[in-house]
Design a protein around this ligand. Structure first.
Ligand code: ASP
Length: 592
């Protein structure tokens, strides 16, 4: 139907006749001449119809925004002064000879020829229109380029692209499962995979040695910011490989992608133990673009009367930390109140502060409501430990370590962004030496990664000190975002059973849920490990979008629904009966 894409028609085609198809981006009537900007995947081209070509002129006169047209015309150079250097096709225009309307279009729900603010729900309802916008076209094409590079890189490194089932059993990654009722096994349910974890391990048992998949994962999580119930992972697994090797192969992949797609050199990626990351940054995914760090001061405050600080300072599970913010003394009372409110989201009960106005004057030169509680001597010692300078502000967190880490860790990032304290554009790091488990609020332990992660010790040692045992897991973090993570896996049945026991999974439940894995581990499972990167998040960071929804063609809303297809939807009683399901709220079923 066409000889060229619109965006490909340049001055090299001058005086030639071309045929192109696309959407009417803009129509202008310039005193008897009709201008149509026609758009396709590759760009825009300007077309002029003059009244001499009567039939074409009349048709062009009648088209509206987003009509689908086929045009044949002559390429001619634009007159001097009428060129547009921002467009590939900006030096030419088409003198339209023939135009066919291939399809009409109703008035678009939002203009596509100019930026106009549109609510996200409208964009998502008419996503196919939203995706016509230049920005969305660019994002999704960029995504394609990255996933193609991923495939090429992994193929060149001997990884096989193998598919794993979507209808399966639960694969725990810490979220709720999406369930699918079975018609042929009534009363039983499939779970959609939270990740291909167990299948990729089984592919290692089968001897495929190196596997990858750009895999859809499904997690029914509570509404947390910027999560999607279905998302895409670059899922990788390899046999006979060390932690260092798998990190280096995957790190090179990410570096090559940044280099080739954006000409960004990520440089050497540092490794940081989990404990250090928590200590210095209050987070296991520290944003190293910001130089500020949390500094422990509990040792100085254990013996003061002021319980708000002394309590956590004495509590083995407590933490008292200070954060020095360069230039922060300029913050107003109102700003500080807003930050106090911000940390309260993370459970902090308040936000103490000291402004450093004139350090040379000692305590006199400091401004703060808390000095009288912590004492002048302690205050000066803290100032010295932090190395403060005039114009700084120091914020304090004192509570359970978890709360302090989360609250002051988040404050660190917020202040870093608000006060423009980012020191570089890209800050990747590997976080290593994760603990195996963390304590659940109500007691008991849960796996920090997943229960198939190999510990860095023997089953006996693990049993003796589960709460302090480390794992052979690693996460790649970029600008405070977890890009991906993985581990060496347990390939020994006894070790796997030990981990299940520590997680309080009974022998019976082990057999019921993971019997196939325990069986497989008896038949010569090789040492293996892997990792998965979040593709959506990677693309989001690379294109600078502020949500993964901007890089997914058809994302769900924050409440895990699709406003375009209206999914999830009601089903008929007949369908329910077929799968042996009865709704508890029958009146909801209006669909029969
Ligand atoms: N299955 C893990 C996840 O989805 C990644 C891995 O351990 O390879 O987070």
């Amino acid at each position: 139907m066409r000889s060229h894409y619109c965006g490909e028609i340049t001055e090299t085609l001058a005086d030639q006749t071309v045929t192109f198809c696309g959407w009417v981006h803009r129509r202008r009537d310039h005193g008897g001449v009709i201008f149509l900007d026609v758009r396709d995947r590759e760009g825009l081209v300007q077309t002029v119809f003059d009244p001499d070509t009567v039939e074409a002129f009349n048709t062009a006169n009648g088209v509206r925004s987003e009509y689908v047209v086929q045009i044949t015309g002559l390429v001619r150079l634009r007159p001097q002064g009428a060129t547009n250097d921002n467009m590939t096709t900006g030096k030419i225009e088409i003198l339209g000879k023939e135009i066919t309307v291939l399809n009409k279009a109703a008035t678009p729900p939002f203009p596509l020829d100019d930026y106009s603010p549109v609510g996200e729900d409208v964009r998502l309802k008419y996503r196919y229109m939203d995706l016509r916008r230049d920005e969305m076209q660019r994002n999704l094409r960029f995504r394609h380029k990255v996933s193609t590079q991923v495939r090429n890189y992994l193929d060149q490194n001997g990884f096989l692209d193998l598919e794993t089932p979507i209808l399966t059993r639960a694969t725990p990654e810490g979220a709720r499962d999406y369930l699918v009722p079975s018609r042929t096994h009534q009363g039983s349910f499939f779970a959609l995979p939270q990740s291909p974890q167990l299948f990729k391990q089984l592919l290692m048992v089968s001897g495929f040695d190196r596997y990858y998949q750009i895999a859809k994962c499904f997690r029914d999580e509570d509404l947390r910011a910027d999560r999607q119930p279905e998302f895409t992972q670059i899922d990788i697994e390899a046999s006979f490989i060390t932690e260092e090797q798998i990190m280096s192969i995957t790190e090179n992949m990410i570096k090559e992608i940044f280099k080739d797609q954006m000409n960004v050199d990520l440089g050497e990626i540092p490794h940081m133990p989990y404990a250090e990351a928590m200590n210095r940054f209050g987070s296991d995914k520290p944003d190293l673009r910001i130089d500020m760090e949390l500094v422990d001061i509990a040792d100085l405050l254990q013996d003061i009367e002021f319980k708000v600080f002394a309590g956590p300072a004495k509590d083995p599970k407590g933490r008292v930390a200070a954060l020095k913010v360069p230039g922060g003394a300029k913050l107003s009372r109102k700003d500080i109140d807003a930050y106090t409110k911000y940390v309260s989201i993370y459970g902090a009960k308040g936000l103490a502060w000291i402004k450093v106005n004139e350090l040379e004057k000692g305590v006199e030169g400091l401004q703060s409501p808390i000095i009288k509680f912590i004492g002048e001597e302690n205050t000066l010692k803290i100032m010295e430990r932090l190395g403060v300078e005039n114009g700084d502000i120091v914020f304090f967190g004192a509570d359970k370590a978890k709360i302090v880490n989360e609250a002051i860790g988040a404050l660190r990032i917020k202040l870093g962004i608000d006060l423009e304290l980012l020191t570089k554009e890209w800050a990747p790091l590997w976080v290593v030496d994760f603990p195996m488990f963390e304590e659940l609020d109500g007691g008991g332990l849960t796996a920090i990664h997943h229960p198939f992660t190999a510990p860095a010790c023997s089953p006996e040692e693990l049993k003796a000190n589960p709460a302090t045992a480390l794992s052979q897991a690693y996460d790649l973090v970029l600008n405070g975002c977890e890009l991906g993570g993985g581990s060496l896996r347990i390939h020994d049945q006894a070790m796997q059973k030990t981990v299940f026991e520590i997680l309080n999974i009974s022998e019976e439940e082990q057999q019921e849920k993971f019997g196939f894995l325990l069986d497989a581990l008896q038949f010569g499972a090789p040492p293996h490990g892997g990792l998965a990167f979040g593709l959506d998040r990677l693309i989001m960071l690379m294109v600078g979008a502020d949500s993964i929804r901007e890089v997914i063609a058809f994302p769900k809303t924050q409440s895990a629904g699709c406003v375009m297809t209206d999914a999830p939807g009601l089903v008929t009683t007949k369908q329910l009966r077929e799968v042996g399901v009865q709704l508890r709220v029958q009146e909801k079923d209006k669909a029969e």
